[in-house]
Design a protein around this ligand. Structure first.
Ligand code: HAH
Length: 365
């Protein structure tokens, strides 16, 4: 009679268990390595806005895993990059561009002409008097030419003009220094300067609240006028600073389709979903005001992200990029805006850089 060795049976089952565990661990490891950009590879590039700080911290790995496009959150804005008339500060912008190159990522440029974060010197002469139209146009041209030329071949798309349309129905164009000193054609000029400096860059007009029907229409009319006049404009950036109460799927779809109808590229350029209702003015956090991420906020945010990405996927013919405004809830511009000292939780990765529930809904399709 064949003797059975109970020890070898035990050993066999242990070996089986170990193999099964390794196999499962292997698959989940592979799943964890897959990033947003991989789930969306047949749809559009997925980007994130960064500061130089996150490129060397623990966020760097997360960025490389999930994103195949990058935007400088602040480093290329007029103020940071051109702090004085004859001085450009390139260090931060260069570091971000080098990171994009080293990791084979696309890069968007943000932004060449904006009423905010513009250095005060831009509009003043040596005596502190407001400059003339001619002087401001020549400064704008010099600025745009210098910045665009430096990143030629490294940046494939530029937000040329940011937020030129007012929120107020009765106003039309935003009364910025550019509008007051130059007149409405500062917009066309900015696009022409950028195009001359890099004829292969895709040039965008970028704005927020594009789901508001009135503002959407005013932006549409502006962009249509530029296009009809032969101005080199190639796309419209919908910032998409949304919140857990909206916009609806229909409103998002309508915005995309409206701009697509002009034959322009559409990108989502600054996506985040605040867990608070939108507020216009700045203020301090009230001492009694809670700023915890509640399960109700979480649920609503999951729904908004899930529905919004369904609309984006359905419009992949029109959409050439989706960029988040920051990397994770560990730190985002909404932590202090518009309410100073209030924590927000607007992104797909939590404060420990782990995927949130909303993340898993965005990649489930
Ligand atoms: C955006 N503005 C800007 O385009 C971006 O450059 C900045 O880093 C953050 C948000 C959104 C905005 C605003 O600045 C003021 C009021 C409403 C919305």
């Amino acid at each position: 009679m064949k003797s059975r060795n109970p020890f070898s049976r035990v050993a066999f089952f242990i070996a089986l268990a170990v193999t099964a565990t390794l196999f499962t661990a292997g698959t989940s490891w592979q799943q964890d390595e897959k990033g947003l950009k991989d789930y969306y590879k047949d749809y559009f590039p997925i980007g994130t806005a960064v500061s130089p700080r996150v490129l060397s911290g623990p966020e760097a790995k997360l960025i490389i895993q999930h994103f195949n496009s990058i935007t400088a959150e602040n480093a290329m804005k007029m103020g940071p990059i051109h702090p004085e008339p004859d001085r450009y500060y390139w260090q931060d912008a260069d570091a971000i561009a080098a990171f994009a190159q080293a990791n084979g990522m696309k890069m968007r440029g943000h932004t060449l002409c904006w009423h905010n974060q513009t250095p005060a010197w831009f509009f003043k002469d040596a005596e502190g008097k407001t400059v003339s139209r001619e002087v401001l146009l020549s400064r704008l041209k010099e600025h745009i030419t210098t910045v665009v030329s430096r990143f030629k071949g490294k940046i494939y798309a530029w937000d040329v003009v940011n937020e030129a349309v007012d929120d107020n129905e009765s106003k039309g164009m935003r009364e910025s220094e550019f509008l007051k000193i130059i007149g409405e054609d500062y917009i066309a000029k900015a696009f022409e300067y950028a195009h001359a400096a890099d004829p292969s860059a895709k040039l965008f007009y970028n704005d927020y609240n594009t789901e508001n029907p009135g503002k959407r229409e005013r932006i549409y009319q502006l962009v249509k006028k530029l296009k009809d006049a032969g101005v080199p404009i190639h796309g419209v950036g919908l910032q998409a600073h949304w919140n857990i109460s909206g916009p609806s799927e229909q409103e998002i779809a309508r915005s995309i389709e409206r701009f697509q109808s002009l034959g322009l590229d559409v990108q989502i350029t600054e996506l985040d979903v605040s867990v608070y209702p939108s507020e216009s003015g700045r203020r301090d956090k009230r001492p009694d005001e809670a700023d915890q991420f509640t399960s109700e906020m979480e649920q609503k945010q999951v729904e908004l992200y899930k529905n919004a990405f369904k609309v984006l996927r359905d419009h992949r013919q029109a959409i050439t990029g989706v960029t988040f405004w920051n990397v994770s809830d560990k730190s985002s511009w909404l932590d202090n805006f518009p309410v100073r000292g209030r924590k927000n939780y607007p992104l797909l990765f939590d404060q420990n850089l782990l995927p949130k529930k909303a993340y898993w809904e965005v990649v489930k399709f």
